[in-house]
Design a protein. Structure first.
Length: 185
């Protein structure tokens, strides 16, 4: 009879977030994770078939937590500029406070195991924003949502590497949002 996935799986993912924060994705070895979790290497392979599936699970866990936090903030706000503003602020603030953000935002873009995951998450977040951009009058809300996600990710990275919130960049992206689509000027 197989053992239940929890709490071992959760302990390994929590340890991986700490290792990723300290050493980045390149330093996220199976040995480092089991050492941080205080578990045997065999336990890792009981929960994950290989490092690749582990890194994907870790990436998904990180972004699921971000999505949950953002959704909680925007749920009662009707589509439009205010909902984008609240969602973007929630995302950027969470990126500054969440373990492993540098690894999962910057390094995941160059990790071939995670490229599909990165693109899927970006499409997911852009899909949420499309309704807001439609309300704002953008003629191609899908394309603008894609660009908005890229801009916000760049702000998050700038804030992370600059070690603090960048009010000027946050204000600039909000100003673009507030201007609405080309047909609304």
């Amino acid at each position: 009879m197989p053992r239940p996935a929890e709490p071992g799986r959760t302990a390994l993912l929590t340890a991986g977030a700490l290792v990723a924060e300290d050493r980045g994705l390149r330093g996220l070895s199976v040995n480092a994770v089991v050492e941080a979790a205080g578990m045997a290497k065999g336990t890792f392979y009981h929960h994950f078939p290989d490092r690749r599936s582990y890194v994907i699970a870790l990436h998904r866990r990180y972004h699921d937590a971000l999505a949950e936090l953002i959704t909680a903030q925007i749920t009662d706000i009707p589509p439009g500029a205010e909902r984008i503003r609240v969602g973007v602020t929630a995302y950027l603030d969470a990126c500054l406070q969440t373990r492993g953000t540098k690894a999962f935002l910057a390094q995941s873009r160059t990790d071939s195991d995670l490229l599909d995951e990165v693109y899927a998450r970006n499409r997911e977040f852009a899909g949420v924003i499309e309704a807001d951009l439609t309300v704002l009058g953008w003629p191609d809300p899908s394309a603008v949502a894609h660009l908005l996600v890229a801009m916000v990710a760049e702000i998050a990275l700038t804030e992370l590497y600059g070690e603090g919130s960048r009010g000027d960049l946050r204000a600039a992206v909000m100003d673009l949002i507030d201007r609405g689509g080309p047909g609304t000027r």
